[in-house]
Design a protein around this ligand. Structure first.
Ligand code: NAD
Length: 338
């Protein structure tokens, strides 16, 4: 079940994508699979490209029998060749969780650089509009709160998250360079923490970690004292934001995220209550690079795209928990959640 976007977008987006042909890199991942399902629901056809490094084909099981969808195994660090016309490209391929990119730092940088170059080159060849997925991590340890797009960021280029932060900052610079010199219709979306069904329970991110722990009666591992905040956006809302940006002519960058801020301790307590778990909450060491606060200013998305999140945290968490109960046989994480 897809949550309703705002009334204006609810009408505009299906009309914008119906009959179009769309390429999605990272299609088998968490965000990519939800995006592909929505595109198909709107009457588009979609070609997914994925090397399955962090994604899973079972994320796309709902599209198995759909003729309008095709998944091509492909590593985007190699040039992309997609036959036929393409109207839109969504470039999402990249490791996305600190655990995933920490395990593959060089690959993360090559995916953000060469992979983005290849996605932009495909868009230029096809005269397609491209949306490149950036991240709130480009703000680093932000000097401004909440984070506005004008903030240039405060990033440590040699820090423990630098392989991801700098890959995304380079990807943004490359996207702007293509827009300015190659007349490619491009857009940069800075995605803030998104959660929902299909996140891997072992990817180290807070929501799937707490849910997996709660469902198996293991302690919920909160890093530090848990007073650090996150702003969590349900995946349906984020997907609507990506589509709204693609349907516009804006270059951005545009923040897409939910400005409702919650502490990690409150998040753990909420998940424990919603799952009915009796697990204790324990505290683990705070990683050195953990941002204290992260919250998007979404004025630009509201004004330029008519977008804002619509799903309440408890509703989104309940839907995520319901989905996780079905996949509860996956391995249970033990480390601190972020
Ligand atoms: P994910 O790991 O679930 O999905 C990423 C997908 O990209 C996976 O299917 C993976 O197999 C694929 N991929 C990785 N490297 C590839 C390569 N070289 N070639 C082809 N495919 C490759 O992560 P996600 O959460 O769905 O994130 C999707 C995008 O959104 C990423 O670019 C990420 O940086 C961005 N983002 C996500 C969030 C979030 O909260 N989920 C926040 C900010 C930004």
């Amino acid at each position: 079940m897809v949550s309703n976007p705002s009334p204006r977008l609810e009408d505009a987006l299906p009309a914008a994508f119906s009959g179009s042909r769309v390429v999605v890199t990272g299609a088998a991942g968490f965000l990519g699979s939800h995006l592909c399902e929505r595109l198909i629901a709107y009457g588009a056809s979609a070609v997914g490209l994925d090397d399955l490094s962090t994604g899973r084909t079972r994320n796309l099981v709902a599209l198995d029998e759909v003729d309008a969808f095709e998944l091509l195994p492909h590593d985007v660090t190699l040039p992309l060749a997609v036959p036929g016309e393409v109207d839109h490209v969504f470039h999402l391929a990249s490791p996305a969780s600190p655990r995933d990119y920490g395990l593959a730092p060089v690959r993360t940088l090559v995916t953000g650089s060469a992979g983005t170059l290849h996605a932009l080159t495909l868009a230029a060849q096809k005269q397609a509009r491209i949306v490149v997925a950036s991240t709130s991590e480009v703000y680093g340890d932000p000097l401004l709160h909440p984070q506005q797009e004008e903030h240039w960021g405060n990033v440590n280029p040699v820090g423990p998250r630098s392989m991801y932060d700098e890959a995304k900052r380079y990807a943004e610079a490359l996207t702007v360079a293509f827009a300015r010199t190659a007349q490619v219709s491009s857009a940069i979306v800075r995605i803030f923490n998104t959660y929902g069904p299909r996140m891997r329970p072992d990817d180290g991110r807070a929501v799937p970690t707490f849910i997996a722990q709660a469902l198996t009666d293991q302690p919920l591992t909160v890093a530090g004292d848990g007073s650090q905040t996150r702003s969590l956006c349900f995946v349906d809302d984020t997907v609507t934001g990506l589509l709204a940006l693609a349907a516009s002519q804006e270059l951005g960058p545009v923040n897409i995220g939910n400005p409702h801020e919650i502490t990690m301790l409150q998040l753990a307590e909420t998940i424990r209550r919603l799952t009915g778990s009796m697990s204790p909450i324990i505290h683990t060491e705070l990683p050195g690079d953990d941002p204290r606060r992260r919250c998007p200013d979404i004025t630009r998305a509201r004004q330029l795209l008519g977008w804002e999140p619509t799903v309440r945290l408890e509703d989104g968490l309940s839907r995520t928990i319901d989905a996780a109960r079905v996949t509860a046989s996956d391995p249970v994480p033990t480390g601190g959640a972020r």
